[in-house]
Design a protein around this ligand. Structure first.
Ligand SMILES: [Fe+2]
Length: 306
């Protein structure tokens, strides 16, 4: 599976995150405006191999590690984590659905991740983000004779919740867990799967105001798993539509916590691990982020001692 963001997407997000001018990037990197246009739109420049692009200059401009940028341009991918060996849980299904709010062009199709977990002994199923289309998930639910009891929502952007009415029509008793800013219901851990799984909702504003991540404990013997919505994509970060400082804080204080082998399940693109992102994500190589990572006491000693 490809990364959600190509190198052009990442550089455009870096311009926003680090408040730099696109015109200065083009001048200082030595790229022509046409070359920058190609790189930012497509992630490559026709007839120039990725290793020949001016990564040193681009890295210096943003204060990002040029090797991490080049690695993404050359096709870096996080470690392959699926299928996940789930112990007492019978199924971890990573389902991708595509859709668009535009009726004009298929090129604007957006692919989003849903995650369905099922418990083998009581046939209970829980869903994280309905996505664009309920059909593939409902097929698994019917095939495995599951009862969908909980629907967790990371945030209420259209791509993540478009299919919600179809799930509620089929499972009207399902409990919906999302963050309602105005009712501000307390976020409490929920115990499921005959007490073998705890799902802890964590408020992580930044990409959106209502954004939640979910920490899952108990499904893997020595490993946690986090559903992280659009806070971070492997090799990149989510667009800070609500507040970029809050997004940084959400990443540092809520997501980059605990063991480096924590599995991260983003709203788009492949699964990754906390360690893979800390070691390879170009945005995190900025000195300010590096300083925050060094000072992050909630990140396990296991990572700091590596
Ligand atoms: Fe989103």
């Amino acid at each position: 599976m490809q990364l959600e963001d190509h190198i052009g997407d990442i550089l455009r997000k870096a311009l926003i995150f680090f408040e730099r001018e696109q015109a200065s990037l083009v001048t200082l990197s030595g790229l022509t405006p046409e070359q920058w246009q190609q790189l930012s739109e497509h992630g490559f420049i026709q007839d120039i191999p990725p290793q020949s692009l001016p990564w040193e200059k681009i890295g210096k401009f943003f204060r990002l590690d040029p090797q991490r940028l080049q690695a993404i341009a050359e096709g870096w991918l996080p470690p392959k984590l699926e299928p996940i060996p789930l112990g007492p849980v019978s199924g971890f299904h990573h389902i991708q659905t595509a859709g668009s709010t535009s009726f004009e062009s298929d090129s604007l199709l957006n692919t989003v991740n849903s995650y369905l977990l099922a418990n083998s002994s009581d046939r209970q199923a829980i869903l994280f983000d309905p996505g664009w289309n309920a059909t593939p998930t409902l097929e698994i639910i019917r095939r495995e004779n599951l009862n969908l009891t909980h629907i967790f929502i990371t945030h209420q952007h259209t791509d993540h919740i478009y299919a919600l009415p179809d799930f509620l029509k089929n499972f009207p008793q399902a409990v919906l867990i999302n963050f309602d800013y105005y009712k501000s219901a307390p976020l409490k851990p929920i115990t499921l799967f005959q007490d073998r799984l705890t799902v802890t909702p964590l408020l992580t504003p930044g990409h959106s105001r209502d954004h939640l991540c979910f920490r899952l404990c108990g499904i893997l013997p020595k490993q946690e798993l986090m559903i992280i919505g659009d806070c971070l994509f492997s090799g990149s970060i989510g667009n800070p539509f609500y507040d970029k400082e809050k997004e940084k804080t959400s990443l540092m204080d809520i997501i980059f916590v605990g063991s480096p082998n924590t599995i991260l399940c983003p709203g788009h693109g492949p699964l990754t691990t906390l360690k893979a992102e800390l070691d390879h994500n170009p945005i995190l190589s900025h000195p300010e982020w590096q300083q925050r990572i060094r000072n992050n006491n909630s990140l396990s000693n296991e990572y700091h001692s590596i």
